[in-house]
Design a protein around this ligand. Sequence first.
Ligand SMILES: Cc1ncc(COP(=O)(O)O)c(C=O)c1O
Length: 392
Amino acid sequence: MTQFNSISQRAAALKPSLTLEISALAKALKKEGKDICSLSAGEPDFNTPEFIVEAAIKALKDGLTRYGPASGDSELREAIAYKVTRTNKVPTKSENVLITNGGKQAIFNLFQVILNPGDEVLIPSPYWLSYPEMVRLAGAIPIPISSSPNDGFKIQLESLESKINNKTRLLILNSPCNPTGRVMQKDELESIAKILRHHPQVSVMSDEIYEFLISKNSYHISIGEVAPDLLNRIYIVNGFAKAWAMTGWRIGYLSGNIEVINKAIALQSQSTSNVCSFAQRGALAAIQSPKEAIQEMVDSYNERRRLLTQGLSNIKGISVSPQEGAFYAFPKLPEDITDSLNFCKMALEKVGLAIVPGIAFGDNQCIRLSSAVSKDTIFDGLNRLNKFLSNR
Ligand SMILES: Cc1ncc(COP(=O)(O)O)c(C=O)c1O
């Protein structure tokens, strides 16, 4: 038999997203009539607020249906620059902003533009599962920096510094973090900035997509605020998917150094062109709205994250550290369980519980559960997990 050999080496090494796979499997089983409880989703369970939908409908009716600039709508770039400057306290001009097809394309473009084959990228673990794949697609090498659930997944600074060498090009920060929900504190960011000052070859990508999904007594800080002297090598990735419940709209942005942004615009102009024109008008309405527009959703995520974490802490064998951001819990399984993928497959088979194995995020001892589901689903999921663990 002749072997099919048309797949590039790049593509051959690519793994599909395990989170999307588990969600799809749970949906398929549900469709077959199986009783499935899914805590696997990574997206808001709200509809996009009406005023955002109306803005996009108006744009369509006004004829905003043609090609636009590859860099994004000028008004939206301007509004994002204003928001990053005011809210994140990182001085930014519209020329420093590129509108992308979700946060994902912002990350992809950045890696393609700044990484060379053999470069190393430091990724604090647990990490969002697309980072290493996109690093590899750029020919670079992901270098995980492990952390422990025992101290709430704090980045170990000695470990971080020990992994820096002359091939290191980028450090990825993600706060609030998917999957752990951890919010980085000001002193930690300052310590990281201090390390980076000794290593001018290392840039930072700060993924802040969950910045607004944070509990009342916590606050999000962008590393650019604490290290204005490093702004020339700090890149912010953000998007509209999570805070405004706009996952399907596919709007994100990259901001930073103008030379890199211009190259990313060139890349986008030769690949995908502009992000959907009328969707950008929805994003403009979102970013210009008062904070109160999303407060109800934020309060609801906070309440449900708290319920999920509390419920998990009552399950024998599970240890969980309460976190302040995003809408996930990332508890540790009992010590004798060392294969999170097998654990999740068995949980789906035996008690119809769909959850994501920690191995997808670089930690085989944990599982990720989403609280962006109804409270009833959270309680149902907790009961099933308890039952599964007690009967194994
Ligand atoms: C940490 C993190 N960064 C980026 C993204 C990408 O978001 P988007 O849907 O805007 O591409 C996600 C989505 O799940 C995420 O969890």
